[in-house]
Design a protein around this ligand. Structure first.
Ligand code: SAH
Length: 344
């Protein structure tokens, strides 16, 4: 079975040619797929062709198996089921500028950050480009008349740069003018800091926003919570980020989860300010989401405010991330875990 969702139009055209189908059929199929329509709904194809396609290909490699709506805001958390029985999460958020979808790039994650629920059982497998696109198509279908996904953040489970080729293919598909056509300027890719891949991404010359999960102002603290810090020192990471900004002209976002005592005291804020000072960047402060299996506590609201003030006094652009859907298992990997453990 061929997963058609992940194919470029040129690849789909070749696939059709092998089956003696004219090029315009490939275009028709491509458009339908990117509208999230399954073979039965492709009404401008002859019935016999639809039957043939059903035998040979997959148009919808993902389905929604569970959804949880927030009572506080409009946030919806999806559990997406994959063909092999695995599942991943996605979160749909409603902002004044439209809908943002947070998608997963892998089933689980092998990066091992100590505060993150996604990585508890390691990485099962990477998602295909078609599966990532299907997350977007399903969210659009879910929205129906209400609107369309306008922004995408690669901040669900998985490390996008650990699934490099599929992620790049997905980005090209999702920005295709005949598809859902979401511009790269409306995409954020978040990484725990895989330095060699940041250099590679830089060469792709995409206009996406790079988010770097920093979470510490120095190597000693970073190594306590993020194993990747043992592979790449913070200075090497900063060099890569500076090169990225120079090459792309795009502002980088640093994610910083505030953990009680560990990284959230005023001296940490001062150290962070000197680390990122002078860079074209923004610091996103996230009060840590408490995860049952993890023993780290969020910083107090007072500590969060003081941290922000300390950065601002040093003219670092920073904001505290608005919490969305905190009543529906906000942190990465929480819904999947609770379903796997039969608690949902
Ligand atoms: N692997 C990528 C993207 C997925 S995680 C990365 O590391 O950036 C998306 C963001 O959520 C990252 O900044 C991650 O560090 C953060 N995160 C994970 N668990 C969290 C928690 N319990 N509380 C707050 N932020 C968390």
């Amino acid at each position: 079975m061929t997963e058609l969702t992940g194919l470029f139009l040129s690849e789909l055209t070749d696939w059709c040619k092998e089956r003696k189908l004219p090029g315009f059929r490939a275009k028709q199929i491509f458009k339908w797929i990117h509208q999230g329509v399954d073979f039965d709904g492709m009404t401008n194809l002859p019935l016999s062709l639809r039957e043939q396609l059903k035998q040979e290909a997959i148009a919808q490699p993902v389905r929604i198996i569970h959804e949880r709506r927030s009572k506080i805001d409009d946030t919806v958390k999806f559990l997406f089921g994959l063909k092999d029985g695995n599942c991943v999460e996605g979160v749909l958020m409603h902002y004044h500028h439209g809908y943002t979808l947070c998608i997963s790039t892998q089933v689980g994650c092998r990066m091992g950050c100590t505060f993150c629920a996604s990585t508890l059982d390691g990485c099962v497998r990477s998602l295909t480009a078609g599966e990532m696109l299907a997350e977007v198509l399903l969210a659009n279908q879910f929205l129906g008349e209400k609107g369309k996904v306008g922004h995408i953040v690669l901040m669900g489970s998985g490390e996008p740069l650990d699934n490099y080729d599929n992620v790049i293919q997905f980005l090209k598909l999702v920005s295709h003018p005949d598809g859902v056509n979401i511009g790269m300027r409306h995409v954020s890719l978040s990484t725990c800091g895989v330095v060699d891949k940041i250099y590679r991404l830089m060469e792709e010359n995409l206009q996406l926003t790079l988010s770097v999960s920093l979470h510490a102002p120095n190597d000693a603290i970073r190594r306590q919570i993020m194993p990747i810090a043992n592979t790449y020192a913070i200075d090497e990471l900063m060099d890569a980020v500076r090169a990225y900004v120079r090459k792309t002209g795009r502002r980088v976002v640093f994610e910083y989860a505030l953990i009680d005592q560990l990284n959230s005291r005023p001296e940490h804020a001062r150290e962070l300010a000197s680390l990122v000072g002078g860079m074209q960047c923004h610091v996103n402060l996230i009060p840590l989401n408490y995860v049952d299996e993890r023993h780290l506590r969020p910083a107090t609201p007072e500590a969060v405010q003081l941290f922000l003030k300390t950065l601002e006094e040093r003219r670092i652009s920073a904001t505290i991330r608005r919490e969305m859907g905190s009543d529906i298992g906000g942190a990465c990997g929480q819904l999947r875990r609770s379903v796997l453990e039969g608690k949902a």
